[in-house]
Design a protein around this ligand. Structure first.
Ligand SMILES: [Mg+2]
Length: 299
């Protein structure tokens, strides 16, 4: 998976896969060939702009392992725990970027497959989602409260440079879209709390409680259809393989955001690997190389 460098040399990678050196530029995987300036940009939310939900994977993993083991949770030996944990980690990696209901449907299937929970006690996807939502809310409560009361600045929960980059895009006439696998009301509330809701002018989408509706796919299709866009006029920016794969399938420019949510400004090598595998055209760790990114977007 050799990273190809822009022939101009202008956008050499300086993202350091070890995550030690602060990245200052854009890693170009596949130089953008034809296509004029980007007119529309769709952003994933969690991990791409906001880090308010940082740690959701740990909450989900703990909850899934517990639900799969069920009555065996207390006495399961370490090899069994490790086996369940390994499967759960694979499930989460595979489904990151999809809406929570998709993840919970996969959990319900896995609970049945392992067979520790009696058939009649296995919950459905909505039942498991309620448990996960409750535990995630407990983790986030303090953070939301800290931002609401001003104890902590909103910027502490943003991928570095995100707010500024969104503003730059709007100034350049780019229409912004926010599309998330998180429930749409939560996406709106968090975008408002972090201070950039207005930049999206109402174009904020998320899960609506229907497993058949995937916001990211629906929004990409409707942008291309309604605006009769050439796919090259659309950029999709995200930290998950789901949105990057969708962008590639439709011929949009795919910008992978391999953000380290625990250490803002560093590259997350595991994310980078997944994003490159999903077909990202270029990789950033955050939005500090805004000018280089704008140039790639044809701005
Ligand atoms: Mg994400």
């Amino acid at each position: 998976m050799a990273a190809e460098t822009n022939p101009s040399g202008a956008f050499d990678s300086s993202c350091d896969p070890s995550g030690v050196r602060p990245p200052a530029d854009v890693e170009v995987i596949r130089p953008r060939g034809s296509g004029g300036p980007i007119a529309h940009a769709l952003f994933d939310h969690d991990g791409t702009i906001s880090t308010l939900r940082e740690g959701w994977e740990r909450v989900m993993e703990t909850m899934m392992v517990r639900e799969i083991l069920g009555p065996r949770f207390a006495d399961a030996d370490e090899p069994l725990r490790a086996r369940v944990r390994g499967r759960v980690q694979g499930l989460i990696e595979e489904t990151t970027g999809h809406q929570t209901l998709v993840q919970m449907q996969a959990l319900a299937e896995m609970v049945r497959e392992f067979g520790f929970v009696p058939g009649g006690e296995v919950l459905d996807l909505h039942g498991y989602k309620a448990i996960y939502a409750r535990e995630l809310a407990a983790m986030m409560r303090g953070r939301l409260e800290d931002v609401r009361t001003g104890r902590r600045a909103a910027e502490e929960f943003l991928v570095p440079g995100a707010a500024e980059f969104l503003r730059l895009l709007v100034e350049q006439g780019v229409k912004l879209y926010l599309a998330s696998g998180t429930d749409v009301e939560d996406v709106r509330d968090e975008a408002r709390l972090l201070g950039y809701e207005d930049l999206f002018e109402g174009r904020i989408y998320g899960a609506v409680g229907d497993i058949r509706v995937e916001a990211k796919q629906a929004v990409i299709e409707s942008i291309l259809r309604e605006h009769e866009l050439a796919p090259a006029e659309l950029a999709v920016l995200g930290d998950g393989p789901v949105e990057i794969r969708l962008a590639r399938q439709r011929g949009a420019l795919a910008v992978g955001v391999a953000s380290d949510e625990v250490h803002p400004g560093r590259l997350n090598p595991a994310k980078r690997e997944r994003l490159v595998r999903a077909g990202a055209d270029c990789i950033v760790c955050d939005y500090r190389p805004a000018q280089a990114l704008l140039a790639i977007l044809g701005k």
